[in-house]
Design a protein around this ligand. Structure first.
Ligand code: URA
Length: 201
């Protein structure tokens, strides 16, 4: 049973979270945004300066690139859901600590439960670690895996491509798999219904 009756209720509750010290430094909580039910969910690291100011995920330069990548597969933000590992900005854009990720985890788990995506696209190493602990992004980017019944597609964080131009092509190539993976999934047949047992006369 989900803890909150709807995704909207969950996101509303997250707005007043004080479970960790990130709450002391934030301007606003950034729960996430997009379609309440969708096949495709993106999970980044945590809000940066622009996100903290606006209360929306991926609205800075990395977000602009993410929008372009989403458009490149024929979708818009409204078609997908975008969330982060932590919902409040770590001061100075430092990495979130394991304790902060842990404290925030139930919000993300609840979001996944409500949205019920077929594919989770992990953006960068922090969300990769949630689904495929011990893997490195360089080794597994673009390699989809089934985790708990969902496809997890690890890709580089869009911000990395802003610093390293050559990653942009890699990201575009990895994104191209998303529609293919969705289609392949839909082709997977449902298990055959078991034939009804005939009663003995
Ligand atoms: N980087 C992230 O990981 N998430 C955002 O929302 C913005 C930048």
């Amino acid at each position: 049973m989900p803890e909150y009756a709807s995704l909207a209720e969950l996101c509303h509750a997250a707005l007043s979270c004080t479970a960790c010290d990130l709450s002391k430094h934030r301007t606003q909580v950034v729960p996430g945004e997009g379609a309440a039910r969708t096949d495709v969910m993106f999970i980044g690291e945590g809000p940066g300066y622009h996100e903290d100011q606006q209360g929306r995920p991926f609205v800075g330069p990395a977000g602009k690139l993410l929008d372009e990548l989403i458009a490149s597969i024929g979708m818009t933000r409204a078609d997908v859901y975008i969330a982060n590992m932590v919902k409040c900005r770590p001061p100075g854009n430092r990495d979130p600590s394991p304790a902060e990720v842990e404290a925030c985890g139930h919000w993300l788990d609840g979001q996944i439960e409500h949205i019920d995506p077929k594919i989770i696209v992990t953006l960068g190493r922090h969300s990769l670690a949630k689904f495929l602990p011990g893997e490195t992004i360089t080794r597994v980017h673009g390699k989809a895996r089934k985790v708990d019944g969902r496809i997890v597609l690890p890709v580089h964080h869009p911000a990395a491509a802003l610093y390293q131009q050559s990653l942009r092509g890699t990201l575009e190539e990895d994104f191209r798999q998303i529609p293919q993976l969705l289609q392949q999934m839909e082709q997977v047949p449902e298990p055959e219904p078991k034939p009804k047992q005939l009663g003995l006369f």
